[in-house]
Every structure is written in C-alpha cells, then in structure tokens.
Design a protein around this ligand. Sequence first.
Ligand SMILES: C[S@@+](CC[C@H](N)C(=O)[O-])C[C@H]1O[C@@H](n2cnc3c(N)ncnc32)[C@H](O)[C@@H]1O
Length: 191
Amino acid sequence: MIAVLVLILVVAVAGLTMIVIQTLTLGIPPMPSTRSMRAAIRDAVEGAMREMVCGDGPAAAPRIVELGCGWGGLARMLARTFGDSRVHAVERSVAPYLWCTAVRALFPLPNLVIERTDLLTIRIESPSVVVAYLSPAHMSALGERLPHTGDIVLVSCAFALPGHTPSRVIALHDLYRTPVYVYTFGWGARS
Ligand SMILES: C[S@@+](CC[C@H](N)C(=O)[O-])C[C@H]1O[C@@H](n2cnc3c(N)ncnc32)[C@H](O)[C@@H]1O
C-alpha cells in the first residue's frame, strides 16, 4: 500500500516538474480554454465551415487543426461537434499529450488525431480551419509561417495575428471581454 502511494507521489511530482519545465521552454502553460471561449470558438468554426462549404469555397468538409491542444478538451469537443471533419490536434508538452492520448484510448473518437510535435513545424493544408489559444509570441511566429494561399481560416482566442486584419472579432461576455479573432485567407479573402 505504501509502495503504491510512493509510486503515485513520484509520478505526480515527475509530471508536475515536467509541466513546469515545458511551460518555461514553450513560453505558455497548458491552461485549458474556458467554457465561454470554447463556445465562441465552436461558433466561429461553425461559421467558417458553413461559408467554406456553402459559399464559393471547397465542397469537402475542411480539416480542423488545433495548435497546442493542451489536455485535449477543446479538441474532443470539436471532434464531436464536427463529425465529418478530421480534427488534427497538436501538442508539444509531454504530460498533456500523454493525458490526451490516454483519454483518446479510453474514449475513442474516430475523427480525432493527436500528434506530439511543434506547432510551428506542421504543414497546414487547404482547406483547413485552424484553432489557436496561444500567446502573442506564438502568434508572431505563426504569422510568418501560416500559408496565406489556399482556403484557410484561423480562429485565435485572445491573441491577434500581427500584421493581419481579422474578418471578424467576437467579444466574450467574460471579465476581460476576451476577443476571439477570425482571419480568412484564400477564397474568403478574395471575395
Ligand atoms: C493555453 S494552452 C491551450 C490549450 C487548448 N488549446 C485549450 O484551448 O484548452 C496552449 C498549449 O499550447 C502548447 N504549446 C505551446 N507551444 C507549443 C509548440 N511550439 N508546439 C506545440 N504545442 C505548444 C502548450 O504546451 C499548451 O498546452
């Protein structure tokens, strides 16, 4: 019994240490988005999907890419809501990634893929709706890498994409009136 408790303690301390170290190296903690943020992100993704599928955009259901999915709650919500879309969730930090994969193993969602990689290195294909809740530094780095051609919509919670004008800004009814920015590249930007 004591051995089990010691093991649990060691795993918890190791996990917490890893989270702290990776928070310092990545520059952001694995802090989950709030309910109201998730509801606004879901609505923004839904709006983007509707315009992409019904407007002059692509006929196939766009992919959803979540950059920095943390513990995976938002990714799972998006995968459940948009069952026709492939949700590609990316996370670098080990502890949240292991948690996401464990939850996925216990409660599989066929359209959810979780990958442990650096969000700045992934290839974003068209058509995609990209979801992010990151930091100003991440958004600057992303702005240089995000393809500005093809059919891509970026939904960014709280942080703007420097040098770009959002097509829509949703203000949450929370304490900080947190903005959710929507940027449209490709077909939407041309129209
Ligand atoms: C504020 S959390 C957002 C969590 C999740 N998107 C949500 O809404 O609940 C940001 C996440 O981005 C991850 N992250 C930061 N830099 C990253 C990078 N370069 N590559 C992959 N993930 C990264 C962090 O580990 C953290 O879990």
